[in-house]
Ligand binder design. Sequence first.
Ligand code: ZN
Length: 328
Amino acid sequence: MVDFPAPLVPGDCDCTDLDGFMLNVERLMASELVALSSHEVVAAALFLWCRAWKQRPAASLPDDERVLAAYARLPLPRFRKIREEATHGFVKCSDGRLYHRVLAVEALKAYEKKLAFQNKRNGDADRLRKWRAERGASGPEWETTRQAVFRRDGGKCTACSSGSDLHCDHVVPASKGGKAEMHNLTTLCRKCHSRKTALQRHDEMPNEMAGEMHSVAEGQGQGQGQGQGQSKKERAEASASGGTPPLDITAVVFSTGLSWLKRATSKSDATCRGLLGKWRKELGDEALIATLGRAQREGVIDPVAWIEKVVISHKSASAHPKQGGWNL
Ligand SMILES: [Zn+2]
């Protein structure tokens, strides 16, 4: 009897919603695999790592030659010849599965980070519930305010003009101290509201998580109204990536962003529209929304100067992209 080691990650370690792992390029290029193996073996190994990342538990593969051959994209007889080389680094564990030593370490790190983020988000939700209960944001007073906001906004979503399923949205989120007062409230339909929330969550994540979790955030709007007010290109991109159509971001910028900018700067409607248009070109829609959100939350005193600074650092960052590992 051979004694197999315990699995290298816990059974619930799940990275299936994280799109990539860090590939240590230096280590790979210096490895025996790359130095001594054929292109076919290197490719097969790479495919197996990617498959293992998306398995549950993460970083593991079933110990089944037919499955492994299919994952490595090779005919079974061919795979048998190179199996030992291509599965270098995988060890068989006591649950009968093969775990990759290096990938398991990456999977554990990513999984821990994901859990920490989820805990933080759950914490936000708890604080929001408490805050609402304390301020009566769910009581009769809140209902009166809500109705007043709907009346002020003409009974229409301020982002897409839809008149059905209306929500009263905090421009500065309640969890960030935004008050349930008329000037901080706006009318959004359910669809626009859930997408705005998804974008805000995206903005609050640590950078590297944001990229990985993007598909999760977008998935929250799943199945809701296909493609209103979106360009053909956006819809094509959305269906090509298998995701849901993206939010009509322009509408969000010009509904929540514009009214806030006018209030915060006391500049005219035309000037504020001009500024937003310029920043959109320089930052792109998503970064602009994130920047506006941050400026609102932090209550910056001179928003124009503050956002211009963000634009400048954005420009120099894109001129000197960060060096890093490959995200497969
Ligand atoms: Zn809407």
